[in-house]
Design a protein around this ligand. Sequence first.
Ligand SMILES: Nc1ncnc2c1ncn2[C@@H]1O[C@H](COP(=O)(O)OP(=O)(O)OP(=O)(O)O)[C@@H](O)[C@H]1O
Ligand SMILES: O=C(O)C1=C[C@@H](O)[C@@H](O)[C@H](O)C1
Ligand SMILES: [Mg+2]
Length: 202
Amino acid sequence: MNEVASLAGQPLSEQARQALGKRNLIFVGLMGAGKSVIGRLVAQTLSIPFIDTDAEIEKVSRMSISELFAAYGETEFRALETRVIERLLKQGPRVVSTGGGAFINEATRAQIKLGGVSIWLKADLDVLWDRVSRRDHRPLLKTENPRQTLENLMIQRYPVYAEADMTILSENVRKEVMVDEVLKALAGLSGEGDLAGKGELK
Ligand SMILES: Nc1ncnc2c1ncn2[C@@H]1O[C@H](COP(=O)(O)OP(=O)(O)OP(=O)(O)O)[C@@H](O)[C@H]1O
Ligand SMILES: O=C(O)C1=C[C@@H](O)[C@@H](O)[C@H](O)C1
Ligand SMILES: [Mg+2]
């Protein structure tokens, strides 16, 4: 019996957990895509530790992301983000939700590609705007026309996010529905071709 057949009949969460094996699961995507919220729920469902890189950066620097941007600028923030993510990916298996720009940085993207299975949570502009406009803590959106800024970021970044291993549409459905989509995608990894052994922790 092959691996796919042996997993059939088990709960979806168990199929997904087994298919992921010892690999990290890394969420990438734009601000408001749901990386933090859905990542945490997926981690709970899989009983795998969860880490949010923005929260970890705030913890190690003892500053908020906004304060970091204001004090040191985006370049320094990206350098810190790269170092933090490199360390976190070595401590897996974990579910890792990244900040919106992490996968866009070349060095960080290379680490993520090596460090586990990546999922792009892809959302359209209306969905993202509806979510991010409720709070104003995102430094990159403190512009005269934040909706336009968000759209510009989509145009620049979507071709890069598309390099993630898997893409899941993030829509305004119940969060549990999103979690199920993620679990189904992961369960489909068993019997995988290209992703076999990818990001396997030693
Ligand atoms: N499927 C969903 N349905 C409804 N609301 C959602 C859904 N997913 C996320 N949200 C809401 O959208 C907001 C942004 O989600 P979240 O903080 O997880 O985004 P993010 O991708 O981590 O963004 P950032 O890159 O800024 O950290 C939150 O208020 C969250 O509750
Ligand atoms: O999209 C981005 O570049 C960012 C997203 C947030 O998660 C934070 O990491 C920060 O505000 C930068
Ligand atoms: Mg987040």
